[in-house]
Design a protein around this ligand. Sequence first.
Ligand code: GDP
Length: 199
Amino acid sequence: MFTTSVHDPQKLPAPGAPEIAFAGRSNAGKSSAINTLAGRRRLAFVSKTPGRTQLINFFDLAGRAFLVDLPGYGYAGVPHEVRDHWKELVGTYIADRSSLAAVVVVMDVRHPLTELDLTLLQWLRDAGRRAHVLLTKADKLSRQAQQTTLARVRRELAEIFPGATVQLFSSLKRDGVDEAASALSALAAGKNKAPAKGE
Ligand code: GDP
């Protein structure tokens, strides 16, 4: 299932099936979400060294779509050159990749919409990309607190990124898996189009 890893944005594989890319702050639960949604354990290689995973990993979903694991961001103490490389790698991919169908932005439900999340959302919006937000580790909050956060994030997204969708998710409890799976297939099929630039 694992196909290829890319370090140099000029060396991405030729565009093919639609790609759903996953991005998020390091430790937000991105690898766990990919593993849960791809129905495999330990699909993504989890780097134990913060900031070391500066690769774009492609996972082939039976030839129908690729799940693309973008390197995480926001680790304190990461050297400047690693941050610059992240910006170049992810920025280029988001701006230029013709087969990119949508980006899933993974956020810890307890710390949503950090400054770097907002920067990423701005890139996505400016590139005319579609975005789906997963508020992960929902199991860490009470049902009521989950709903309060969901409503707040939805309200903020409506202002900064109209058209972006958001849901609660827990890899641990497998909550929100069906909702995320249908969002992903709709996005891979090109539904839920984002508004065109300037709309
Ligand atoms: P990544 O750095 O964004 O890829 O994050 P990981 O998927 O490696 O997860 C970071 C930590 O959060 C790990 O210790 C996971 O076990 C934990 N984690 C991930 N998803 C969940 C979840 O849904 N619920 C809980 N309680 N913990 C989670």
